[in-house]
Design a protein around this ligand. Sequence first.
Ligand code: MN
Length: 237
Amino acid sequence: MLGLHPTQTVGEKYVRAVLDGAGCLPLLIPSLEPATDLRATLAELDGLLLTGAYSNIEPHRYSEEPSWEGNLHDPVRDANTLSIVPLAIELKIPVLAVCRGLQEVNVALGGTLHQKVHETPGFHDHREDKDAPLDVQYGPAHPIDLAPGGLLARIAGGEVATVNSLHGQGINKLAPGCVVEARARDGLIEAIRLDAPEPFLLAVQWHPEWKVRENPFYLGIFQAFAAACRERAATRN
Ligand code: MN
């Protein structure tokens, strides 16, 4: 809501990262009820970025578990994004998914989530300190191990990276058709990609959009996404 008006918003950090990191122009896809039929629109686009959010996917989308009290939901976004992921794959549109976006990719393709990673035996607390300044919240939080020979290892030029961590949820069962690109040291999946030559589909649990030009690894992720978008733009028509 902005004043009394329902509002469609996107965080400026994502807009900036697409402009400054990928060199592409972002357009906002409306999230409305009923879900918009995006087939014709998507066919004209070169890439799709699924952003993070404060809300979590409603758990009935992937399990029998009830939600927890105070959990923020956005069923309209669920309806739109969960249908857009398979459509993007069918139309061979490059996808970069961040945080909630990673969870959407995993659920849309048949995987499940932990609703509270910090209460799941064996896992660390991956949440940010909400009272800390933003730069601390989005600062380096934990190392991740990158899959040898994978896309992220190629981008990083090595098999270890350090990332921010601002998530209470995480992947439980990996969706079929996806492979793990990165794990935290507690074993939690931190990045996945589609196990197919195309389209480019990379989903990360951290926030590479944060100050993208100041972090070579984050920038490399947006540049790899941009390269896939340009390739599509060149062959689209
Ligand atoms: Mn994490």
